[in-house]
Design a protein around this ligand. Structure first.
Ligand code: HEC
Ligand code: HEC
Ligand code: HEC
Ligand code: HEC
Ligand code: HEC
Ligand code: HEC
Length: 430
């Protein structure tokens, strides 16, 4: 690139302060996304705040793993009632009995249990016979703590959707950056334009020879403006700004290639894996029922959503779309993300059930995705590469016993997928 810097005295003196200027500008530009993500992380820290020490911390993790899909630690109703104040509504003996086996308590005719059971349309709470007294104490220590600090509790309860909403924008920081960038450029162009117009008007007026006072004033002002536009310092400053902005956006783009790479179409319902699989830890199998059994992982039908959304967040417009789909007997038209060409054969059960691979090996951290995204290239090279590198999971699999023996007599290396035919064309091509 040929940047027309004038290496005269003026420019050199400009250059001295332009270094500071450039440094400041760089700092501002680079800090824009950082500032934004800093906000995010404080929000996250706020949400995590109710943790605290001792039992409550242990309780929080037990709660999140077992209860959070149906209960909030606040007043808020999820599938079951908000648990705030539950420890004062009931004595500890009742709570342990209830948590270990709520249907027994209901069957015993306990009036409160029967009432609440009916109130929640006879929804059956899961039994947790394995939770110890200490575990249950810890859960309610956490619930009390989270419910007692209203701000923190609100952050805990609202944190999930809020954080989700924040991330829904996905590339939030860089979106903001683009806006700032565009605004800056627009402002600069406007200022330049106005300056040019003023200069040309003024110089016309000066040449035309107006009244003396006007002329004097005009000349002073006009020449300053003129100087400004001609001044190499201003010019190179403008240039620097442009160069830096371009550099910054290119860098941003380059950094994003690894992270944002992949197809992530907008889906008809803003279903979030981050919320369901991440926050509420719903097992992938619960919805993708085919992964252990067959070729296709399956996309869940609306009925599976209704297991929970028959009661949760019924009023949400996004959830209403599920209802509409069921009423009209029209399946939800999810946009397919991963799609191999017809010539290739891929089987989930082979990889997940037999191979013992995690979904994340191929799909990335789905539990952190607000919108599903294709993280792997899904090319033939990608399949082959993994088959060359990955050892076959032969443990507890008698089918492989003979093969392992045979292989061991021929080679010192561990049995790779490539050795069992993972590179044969016909295994992957019809
Ligand atoms: C599958 C959903 C589900 C899960 C998981 C669940 N609950 Fe419940 N819970 C309910 C429902 C629904 C009710 C309302 C009573 C009913 O319908 O049986 C309830 C009621 C309660 C009550 C009585 C509330 C009150 O206000 O008196 C307590 C206490 C409770 N659950 C604690 C827990 C704890 C602790 C856990 C985790 C170890 C847990 N629940 C897990 C669904 C669930
Ligand atoms: C509550 C139900 C539910 C759970 C739990 C769930 N998913 Fe999904 N998943 C869906 C739905 C609905 C879609 C289709 C809509 C979409 O793409 O967001 C989907 C889509 C996907 C896709 C993309 C499918 C395509 O079109 O290529 C992948 C990959 C995926 N899920 C993986 C996972 C993994 C891995 C987990 C566990 C960490 C998981 N899912 C947990 C409901 C679920
Ligand atoms: C095991 C229970 C469960 C299943 C199954 C489930 N969800 Fe959810 N879903 C939840 C919970 C819990 C929330 C959070 C509710 C809240 O924010 O109060 C939620 C929230 C949502 C939201 C956000 C609603 C809003 O406006 O905030 C959408 C959209 C959603 N689910 C769609 C789906 C779809 C589509 C399916 C079926 C593929 C599905 N869910 C299956 C438990 C479930
Ligand atoms: C070895 C890599 C690999 C693993 C492990 C894997 N997947 Fe997949 N997944 C794929 C490929 C490849 C496709 C595209 C399949 C096609 O187009 O035929 C796919 C497609 C999907 C789809 C879209 C629907 C379909 O079946 O075509 C879903 C949903 C899905 N995977 C979920 C999961 C879940 C959940 C797990 C973990 C239990 C998982 N996958 C594990 C590679 C993998
Ligand atoms: C993350 C690693 C990984 C990736 C990526 C992967 N595979 Fe595999 N694949 C395995 C493992 C491990 C096995 C062995 C499973 C077993 O024990 O049978 C396997 C087995 C297979 C088999 C059976 C081989 C045989 O001889 O029994 C086929 C077919 C296959 N993969 C196809 C594919 C295709 C097609 C793709 C790409 C779309 C792919 N795989 C991507 C790890 C992978
Ligand atoms: C581990 C699985 C696997 C094996 C083994 C494999 N392929 Fe493929 N192959 C694929 C997948 C998956 C694709 C599709 C990739 C894509 O769309 O980019 C593909 C694509 C192709 C294509 C390109 C088709 C097109 O439209 O671009 C050809 C040709 C091909 N394979 C030939 C072969 C031959 C020949 C062999 C044996 C030497 C072989 N493959 C072995 C998985 C495999």
């Amino acid at each position: 690139m040929n940047i027309p810097f004038r290496m005269d005295a003026k420019f050199c003196s400009f250059f001295n302060y332009s270094k500071t200027f450039v440094a400041i500008l760089l700092a501002i530009l680079l800090s824009v996304p950082t500032l934004v993500s800093a906000q995010d992380s404080t929000a996250a820290a706020g949400a995590a705040a109710p943790a605290g020490g001792g039992d409550a911390a242990k309780g929080e993790s037990i709660f999140k793993n077992n209860c959070a899909q149906c209960h909030a630690p606040t007043d808020e109703r999820v599938v079951g009632p908000g648990l705030k104040g539950a420890s004062s509504r009931h004595d500890f003996a009742w709570l342990t009995k209830w948590v270990r086996n709520s249907s027994a308590v209901i069957a015993s005719g306990d009036p409160y249990a029967v009432k609440i059971y009916n109130e929640y349309s006879k929804a059956q709470m899961t039994s947790f016979p394995n939770l110890s007294d200490d575990d249950i104490k810890a859960i309610f220590a956490y619930v009390d703590k989270a419910g007692a600090a209203p701000a923190a509790a609100a952050a805990g309860a609202a944190g999930a959707p809020a954080a989700a909403a924040g991330d829904a924008k996905g590339s939030g920081p860089s979106d903001l950056f683009v806006i700032v960038l565009v605004a800056l450029v627009v402002v600069m162009v406007l200022v330049l334009g106005v300056l040019l117009v003023i200069v040309s008007l003024l110089s016309k007026a000066v040449k035309g020879g107006g009244a003396e006072t006007e002329e004097a004033a005009g000349e002073g002002f006009g020449s300053i403006l003129k100087k400004l536009t001609v001044d190499p310092a201003i010019r190179s400053a403008t240039l620097w700004i442009f160069v830096l902005l371009v550099l910054k956006s290119t860098l941003d783009g380059a950094f994003n290639v690894g992270v944002q790479q992949g197809y992530a179409p907008k889906q008809p319902i803003s279903f979030s894996h981050k919320l369901h699989a991440g926050e509420y830890k719903i097992d992938c199998n619960y919805c993708h029922t085919g992964v252990n059994r067959g070729k296709s992982a399956h996309i869940p039908s609306a009925n599976i959503c209704m297991n929970c959304h028959g009661v949760i967040k019924k009023e949400s417009p996004e959830i209403q779309k599920i209802y509409t789909s069921i009423e009209n007997n029209q399946p939800i038209e999810w946009v397919r993300v991963h799609n191999l060409p017809d010539l290739a054969y891929f089987n989930h059960a082979q990889h997940v059930n037999v191979g013992g691979l995690e979904c994340q090996n191929c799909h990335g951290e789905v539990e952190k995705m607000e919108v599903i995204q294709q993280r792997s290239s899904l090319t033939m090279g990608w399949c082959i590469d993994c088959h060359r590198k990955t050892e076959v999971n032969t443990k507890d699999n008698q089918y492989y016993d003979k093969l392992v023996q045979l292989h061991a007599s021929e080679s010192k290396e561990a049995l790779k997928v490539a050795d069992i035919g993972g590179l044969e064309c016909s295994k992957c091509h019809y």
